[in-house]
Design a protein around this ligand. Structure first.
Ligand SMILES: O=P(O)(O)OC[C@H]1O[C@@H](O)[C@H](O)[C@@H](O)[C@@H]1O
Length: 283
């Protein structure tokens, strides 16, 4: 049977899920933010900044922030929306004890605080599914109001790497790319991306999964077709040094590969629901 445990993680409430096989996953109530994913071999697969703020207000640097209902600064809301800055509710655990997988579900509904930032009525539901060697995050959002609204967003995963200089990302060759650092649009020519300076690009998501390769092994990164973009971000040395909640060399140990919905906002009618997911698999 999977085990569910309520814990305190750097002073903040969190839930820890462990599989009999040994895989674990820890999710903060603040932001329904996945903080840690370890596989049965004890390897941490996500990067969490040792200088991340755990003050119950700030976005946490690392893990998997949920950016919603706005990606980055593409709109009038706070950067990357507001759901990463507020506490979610832990829904009753729906453990699939007959299999080796388990779900953790977090829910956020509009209230006075969210309506002060964004006036819409919504329910957001994050399902964290843990199976041996696999982490899948599914975000479902429902319009619980009487008027349509639109959103963009991302599952902003910080994947752990031993050394960014040795990491390679495969699978984006031929994809339309907007390079945010140079503000240039192009078709990606490289069969394999390497990272030696700031990298911040929005790609049209390819149909096939990506692969993050490094000397210790590979991770496959898949996303739902409803997430029409993939964002790849590494701040590089100069920007990393400016980020107050990340060590100067933090950029060496992470690569964000985000399942996103950016270029065409989703318009959601009353009672309609949208779902998007990202799945990480250790190869
Ligand atoms: O510092 P934040 O708000 O968590 O954002 C981190 C990064 O998130 C990425 O998704 C963006 O492409 C970057 O432009 C941004 O800097």
């Amino acid at each position: 049977m999977p085990s569910f445990e309520t814990i305190v993680f750097r002073g903040q409430p969190a839930v820890r899920l462990a599989l009999p096989a040994g895989d674990t996953c820890t999710v903060a109530v603040h932001g329904a933010h996945v903080l840690s994913w370890t596989t049965a071999d004890g390897v941490e697969r996500l990067y969490l900044s040792p200088e991340a703020l755990f003050d119950g207000r700030s976005a946490i640097r690392g893990g998997v922030p949920i950016c919603w209902p706005q990606f980055n600064q593409r709109g009038s809301l706070p950067k990357h929306g507001f759901v990463r800055n507020v506490p979610w509710r832990v829904a009753p655990a729906d453990a699939q004890s007959v299999t080796s997988a388990a779900d953790l579900v977090f829910v956020l509904e509009d209230d006075e605080a969210t309506r002060a930032v964004w006036p819409e009525a919504f329910q957001a539901r994050l399902t964290v599914t843990l199976a041996p060697g696999v982490l899948r995050l599914t975000l479902a959002v429902t319009n619980t109001g009487t008027t349509p609204w639109h959103f963009t967003g991302a599952l902003h995963s910080y994947l752990a790497v031993d050394d960014i200089a040795q990491a390679q990302l495969e699978g984006l060759q031929g994809a339309q790319r907007w390079d945010a650092v140079r503000d240039e649009r192009q078709v990606e020519a490289a069969p394999t991306l390497r990272f030696d300076t700031e990298f911040d690009s929005v790609y049209a998501a390819p149909a096939a999964p990506l692969r993050l390769l490094q000397p210790r092994g590979a991770i496959e990164i898949a996303q739902s077709a409803s997430c029409t973009e993939t964002v790849v971000w590494n701040p590089g040395a100069a920007l990393s040094a400016k980020l107050a909640d990340m060590p100067d060399d933090g950029y060496r140990h992470m690569l964000c590969v985000e399942a996103a919905r950016i270029d065409e906002a989703v318009l959601l009618a009353p009672a309609a629901q949208w779902q998007g997911w990202q799945q990480l698999t250790v190869l």
